[in-house]
Write a protein that binds this ligand. Structure first.
Ligand code: NAP
Length: 311
């Protein structure tokens, strides 16, 4: 089941300059892997080898694909970076689906057979809703914008199976990291002294510590039995209010401002506000049954570690 790592394997990461990819790249290097990142920026500063690509136009540079053993697809336009106009929505979908197609065609044309293609996906697959259901991998994709984006993204990855290549799709929860990512943004009001919850605060907030997520990617590389979709989410189910309360407690801050009303967020952010105002629980059972042990199963220990490393 395990891979013989006396032979160093080459891992190609699209979007490897981002939050997850840069951390994962360093961890792979430290374990003896060769890492190549595909980036749209020629001057991308990175300790790993970076190849330039223009996923919407050009082909993939040959040196990136030469002798590649694993492909990790993380590239995609940031969901929260800009207001969701119809052009931006198209970019969010295309920036994930088109590069996957480009990789598929390149691999097929060159008759390359990597050990696995592993891709990010999101827990938004199950829908931007608040409900009491605990979603599992067998549940259907939602028909809202993010649900259908994740569905099309995963479909583009499933195509590699037709070439006999193992595929893994990691339906990722909100990644807690420091610095960067969603956590500092979610805790900014707290830092400025007026911490409060968003909307009702009762919406669930599936989350995962960045190091646990990187460890799941590593497992997906090394464990040949992993195949298909897995929720990459910590076992502890929390609400948005619980996150704010825990963070306030660990930082000795008082919560005294009223909650930010949902209507105000809708006005400011439009459709994108659903990502903050809605949330359901997502099960971690499948990845745990596959033998994965979370280093940070509980929010309190994850936050404690992140706050300690920030200092
Ligand atoms: N972080 C989370 O909480 C979270 C949760 C669920 C799912 N995910 C998914 O996991 C993947 C990686 O997440 P991340 O947090 O590392 O994202 P990130 O920090 O935004 O990095 C994504 C990378 O994708 C590339 N990219 C950006 N816009 C692009 C575009 N229009 N076309 C092609 N490439 C583009 C960029 O690399 P270059 O500029 O170097 O090309 C960027 O570094 C993303 O697809 C994200 O949706 C993340």
């Amino acid at each position: 089941m395990g891979l013989d790592l006396t032979i160093v394997a080459k891992v190609l990461i699209t979007g490897g300059t981002g939050l997850i990819g840069s951390r994962l790249g360093k961890q792979l290097l430290s374990r003896g892997y060769e890492v190549v990142v595909l980036s749209r920026t020629k001057s991308a500063e990175s300790p790993v080898k970076t190849c330039f690509w223009n996923p919407s136009k050009s082909k993939i540079p040959a040196e990136a694909l030469d002798s590649v053993d694993f492909i990790i697809h993380l590239a995609g336009a940031g969901l929260a970076d800009k207001r969701w106009t119809s052009a931006r929505k198209r970019e969010i979908v295309d920036s994930r689906v088109l590069p996957a197609g480009l990789l598929f065609e390149a691999i097929k044309e060159r008759n390359i057979k990597p050990g696995a293609v592993i891709s990010a996906s999101g827990i938004a697959y199950y829908g931007t809703i608040t409900s009491e259901k605990i979603f599992e991998e067998g549940d259907a994709a939602a028909s809202d914008f993010l649900g259908s984006t994740c569905f099309r993204w995963e479909q583009a990855i499933d195509r590699f199976e037709s070439l006999g290549i193992r595929t893994v799709k990691l339906r990722t929860a909100v990644v807690l990291s420091s610095p960067g990512g969603a956590l500092p943004k979610m805790l900014l009001p707290l830092r400025l002294g007026f911490g409060s919850a968003l909307g009702s605060g009762r919406q669930y907030l599936p989350w995962i510590h960045v190091d646990d997520l990187c460890a799941i990617y590593l497992k997906a590389i090394e464990d040949n039995e992993m195949r298909g979709a897995y929720n990459a989410v910590a076992p502890e189910h929390i609400s948005y209010r619980h996150l704010i309360n825990q963070a306030a407690k660990l930082q000795n801050k008082k919560l005294w401002f009223p909650d930010v009303p949902a209507w105000l967020l809708r006005l400011l952010l439009g459709e994108m506000s659903g990502m903050l105002l809605k949330g359901s629980r997502v099960s971690s059972s499948k990845i745990q049954a596959a033998g994965f042990d979370f280093a940070y199963p509980a929010l309190s220990t994850a936050l404690h570690q992140l706050f300690m490393t920030r200092k």
